[in-house]
Write a protein that binds this ligand. Structure first.
Ligand code: DOR
Length: 440
């Protein structure tokens, strides 16, 4: 079966042009202004842009064990709607993904449930070095250098040294210094003001842990990816390490600041915490300068009931896979970035950082994970229309300009104009770590 998508403006790695794209089975077969292949079906995409499917390399889908908050079926439907064709999920589920067996279990679970492609990190505990060394079928190792939701924390220097010295999978980390956070929390004990979350998880906490991780990566020459940059200081540190490691920003650290606690309260409580408008600006500039390469969501849903508990009982994290591409397209419509940059940050760069095989670009031979976007479509984000299990969004009520309208996963149409095809299943993503990562 061959399908031609014709008349779309296609965002290619080196140029953006009006071209036809032929899908054959799971693959892209031809990309050409005048395609030659004979096809069975033609889709006219005049007025729309065709981009590679978004690869979200930082999500928490809560399965197994925390499925009252989210599960793979709901979250992957939200992905399909949001133009996310592949996700990489974090290990702080119940049980944690900290052994090869549990990693295999998650892969089996996702093969049955997920409407989009998937991969899973293996989490470090400080006592599972053999598992980390044996792990395959994974993009990499996740370390919480600073605790967040769940109890995955590796803070002892010796344990960190062993992980960086003895493992070969790429490492990514959540960086907020535990001692600093605890000292700040003790100082502000008794507070019920969510704005204090940014004083507890402050600039220093992020900076100290990030510097520590960079030092480990540099000394051990280990591939390292910094998750969710929240401060301008970390952007400065990235400038000192340009070309040596990679980093990412989340939409919430680009679009919300401490000023938003007054309006949104605990809905925008997350780890790392929100910082100032000045930090937002420096992270944007870091992306434009190539010091950060990736935009991903840290989709971390909790029920609205849980989120509305008084601080600090309220948990940290917010859902975003469903709206992340639209949020960024909306920023492009406001002139803050370009579609080309979005495709780099959300599709090409994550594919390169994690050594995906055949993903992240529109090119013959690559997987037909594709998204048609309408840059002029205006639509409101509404809690009642969210597909995530928690059914709320911190962007509720906002009208965004630029939306995904049609999504293909491995050549199968999984979403069109508001409807998800629940018969579609994604596949386990493949990683070839000999590719050497973003700078390889
Ligand atoms: O706010 C957060 N929530 N940050 C994290 O690092 C974890 C996440 C979660 O799993 O809830």
């Amino acid at each position: 079966m061959r399908t031609l998508i014709k008349n779309a403006t296609v965002v290619l790695p080196t140029e953006t042009l009006r071209a036809g794209v032929v899908i054959e089975g799971q693959k892209i077969a031809e990309v050409d202004p005048a395609p030659q292949l004979r096809v069975d079906e033609t889709i006219d995409a005049l007025g729309l842009h065709l981009i590679p499917g978004v690869i979200d390399d930082q999500v928490h889908f809560r399965e197994p064990g925390l499925t009252h908050k989210e599960d793979i079926a709901h979250a992957s439907r939200a992905c399909a709607k949001g133009g996310v064709t592949t996700f990489l999920e974090m290990p702080n589920t119940k049980p944690t993904t900290t052994t090869c067996d549990r990693l295999a279990d998650k892969l089996t679970l996702a093969a049955g449930e997920s409407r989009v492609n998937f991969g899973f990190y293996i989490g470090a505990t400080g006592a599972n070095l053999l598992e980390l060394k044996a792990a395959q079928r994974s993009p990499g190792i996740k370390i919480f250098i600073g605790s967040s939701t769940g109890d995955l924390l590796v803070d002892e220097q010796e344990a960190l040294e062993h992980i960086f010295a003895e493992t070969t999978l790429p490492i990514c980390a959540h960086c907020e210094d535990e001692a600093t956070v605890r000292a700040n929390a003790a100082r502000l004990a008794g507070t019920t003001d969510v704005a204090d979350h940014s004083k507890i998880r402050d600039h220093a906490a992020a900076f100290i842990a990030t510097k520590r991780a960079f030092d480990l990566a540099r000394r051990h020459r280990h591939r390292f990816h910094l998750l969710h940059v929240s401060t301008g200081d970390e952007v400065d540190l990235l400038a000192d390490h340009a070309g040596l490691l990679t980093a990412e920003a989340c939409p919430h650290h680009l679009l919300f600041s401490t000023a938003d606690y007054a309006r949104l309260g605990t809905l925008v409580q997350m780890n790392p915490s929100l910082k100032t408008v000045g930090d937002n600006e420096k992270i944007w500039q870091g992306l434009r300068d190539g010091l950060l390469q990736v935009v991903a969501t840290d989709h971390a849903p909790h029920t609205l009931e849980e989120k509305l508990l008084p601080y600090p009982q309220s948990p940290s994290g917010l859902p975003a896979v469903e709206n992340s591409l639209a949020l960024m397209l909306d920023q492009a419509s406001r002139g803050r970035c370009t579609l080309r940059q979005i495709v780099h940050w959300m599709c090409e760069a994550p594919a390169r950082v994690w050594d995906f095989v055949d993903k992240g670009r529109i090119e013959p031979g690559y997987d037909a994970d594709l998204v048609l976007v309408d840059l002029n479509k205006e639509q409101q984000v509404l809690n009642g229309e969210q597909l995530t299990k928690c059914r709320w969004s911190p962007w509720h009520g906002e009208t965004l300009r630029g939306w995904p309208v049609r999504t293909w996963v491995l050549g199968q149409q999984v979403f069109q104009d508001g409807r998800v095809d629940d018969s579609v299943r994604g596949q386990e993503a493949r990683f070839d770590h000999s590719l050497g990562g973003y700078w390889g």
